[in-house]
Design a protein around this ligand. Structure first.
Ligand SMILES: Nc1ncnc2c1ncn2[C@@H]1O[C@H](COP(=O)(O)OP(=O)(O)OP(=O)(O)O)[C@@H](O)[C@H]1O
Ligand SMILES: [Mg+2]
Length: 499
């Protein structure tokens, strides 16, 4: 196997941060190489250099043994490289077809051949196993579908070198299976694949080899994934052992804190009922599109319900009024934190303080108190930032997430609705988030969290509500939760679950 792509002594500095320091490794045709490291280790920066978005300050890249210097993303594409970015790069107001074939729409007699374009888009969607209308605006698609379109763009370009930056963070179990199959095909076809993910199971399944980064430095290289254990990999990444990332702690439950009865509204296909107690961590599992996010938004009042009640400690919540929901002690940590969560140009500390400010109201804010709390949380959650005053937009993807989670931990809410709380967060930080969740529950708070990561739901929740197509497909106590049972309830074609 010869190297299709090689990094040679690559260095990159941002104001106040050494993002990469003398990194060298290569990927051969037919090889899937995982790139692992904690949040802020430099993975995305490495891929952005490959994509021609950043220029290295030192060292460089070789493509098939020849040095290249990309002045722009166009140069990178011309060299046969495609990147699936951590943050989606789609044009929301263009159609699926236009996004898939951006910059390479087929033409006939000098004008765009829409029919040919649509056919090509259909073929790509079929390969992705997706039933998406090629004419649909991307804006109307779920995050999971958008992610699949992003992957389709790389397939459309027929690139020889493909890099995936956390491609599965918003994919369902089924979509993830499809992606694993596609990557395997690409490998067989002799392409070089770079794969970035925080999900261990996935990395061990799909990769042949792994390069580990820590604080921008290349700390380890394992040519054979089969000779490596998960523990060894975690030690290489984090510099410490984490024996059980979930480390579940049972706790006594109090009286009913949230009672949802016969709730109806957009995204739900049948009236929905359940209860959650003080001290309880209730997991919501399901495929992307099962209605979990919609349910959370209904409970919170972000969208109006069309029937049923939500009782918080026995008091009915007025529908479609998030202000009163907040006053009643609810907090919603949304799934799409990129769009709904962060204030990009504001400081990290300010982003963390936001929810608490809303709760207390301006006159009660003690800025010094706030600053101390933000600083504590930055340290506790290991948010990698030059300072609390740094604009949050310059942080790595995972570190932005950590800051947003910190916001909800700071908010002092009695009932937390967390939608995919650990997406894109490294193993070490995830175990810290779980510990926070247990602590909050031990204090008598109630946590409802939605996750598509099955090991996580099984590892953390006291009870699991499995949703399928806008309905409750089953409620499974922790002791009875097996992967088989959860999947059977979640999958649309196996309608054996009780409701
Ligand atoms: N445009 C930028 N301006 C300033 N600093 C940046 C910029 N891009 C990245 N950094 C910094 O470079 C470091 C590496 O970031 P990078 O995004 O490569 O990390 P990562 O390994 O992809 O992390 P994650 O797992 O969280 O996605 C971080 O400290 C980050 O704050
Ligand atoms: Mg990244």
């Amino acid at each position: 196997m010869s190297a299709l792509i090689a990094y040679r002594g690559v260095g990159k500095v941002f104001p106040g941060v050494v993002a990469l320091d003398d990194v060298s490794f290569s990927v051969a045709g037919g090889e899937v190489r995982a790139l692992m490291g904690e949040n802020g280790a430099g993975k995305s920066t490495l891929l952005k250099i490959l994509a021609g978005e950043h220029r290295p300050d030192s060292g460089g890249l070789l493509v098939e043994g020849r040095p290249v210097a990309f002045a722009s993303p166009r140069d990178s594409q011309a060299a046969g490289i495609a990147i699936i970015h951590q943050e989606l790069h789609l044009a929301p107001d263009l159609s699926v077809t236009e996004n898939l074939l951006l910059g390479m729409m087929p033409t006939r007699f000098g004008i765009i051949d829409r029919r040919a374009a649509r056919e090509r888009a259909r073929a790509i969607l079929a390969r992705l196993g997706e039933e998406i209308d090629p004419d649909a605006r991307v804006r109307t698609l779920s995050i999971g579908k958008r992610q699949m379109i992003e992957i389709g763009k790389a397939l459309a370009r027929d690139a020889r070198i493909i890099a995936f930056d956390e491609p599965t963070s918003s994919l369902s179990a089924r979509e993830t299976r499809t992606l694993m199959r596609i990557i395997d095909d690409l490998r067989r076809d002799g392409r070089a694949i770079l794969y970035v993910s925080h999900r261990m199971e996935e990395v061990f399944e799909i990769s042949d080899s792994v390069t580990v980064l820590r604080d921008g430095r290349h700390v380890a290289d394992y040519p054979d994934m089969k000779a490596l254990t998960q523990d060894q990999l975690i030690i290489a990444m984090a510099g410490r052992t984490i024996t059980d990332i979930y480390d579940y702690r049972a706790r006594p439950l109090g009286d009913v804190a949230v009672a949802v009865s016969g709730l109806e509204g957009p995204g739900l296909r049948a009236p929905l009922s359940f209860e959650a107690r003080r001290g309880e961590i209730l997991g919501f599992f399901g495929l992307v599109g099962a209605g979990r996010s919609e349910l959370f938004r209904l409970i919170y009042g972000a969208v109006p319900s069309t029937g049923g009640d939500v009782l918080i400690h026995g008091e009915p919540l007025v529908s479609a009024d998030p202000r009163r929901a907040i006053a009643a002690g609810l907090a919603l940590c949304p799934e799409d934190r990129k769009d709904e969560g962060i204030v990009p140009l504001a400081a990290v500390a300010e982003n963390i303080a936001l929810a608490r400010r809303n709760l207390l109201g301006r006159p009660l804010i003690d800025e010094r108190d706030e600053g101390t709390q933000a600083a504590d949380l930055i340290q506790l959650m290991r948010v990698k930032t030059a300072s609390p005053a740094t604009a949050i937009a310059t942080l790595s993807g995972g570190n932005q997430q950590k800051a947003i989670i910190a916001r909800w931990l700071a908010a002092d809410s009695r009932i937390l609705l967390m939608d995919e709380p650990t997406r894109g967060i490294d193993v070490g930080a995830r175990s810290e988030i779980y510990a926070h969740m247990y602590r909050l529950a031990e204090e008598g708070r109630t946590i409802l969290f939605a996750s598509s990561d099955m090991p996580e739901v099984m590892g953390v929740a006291d009870r699991i509500i499995v949703m399928r197509e806008g309905r409750v497909a089953g409620i499974v106590p922790r002791a009875d939760a097996t992967p088989d049972r959860l999947l059977r309830l979640a999958l649309p074609d196996a309608s054996t679950g009780q409701s």
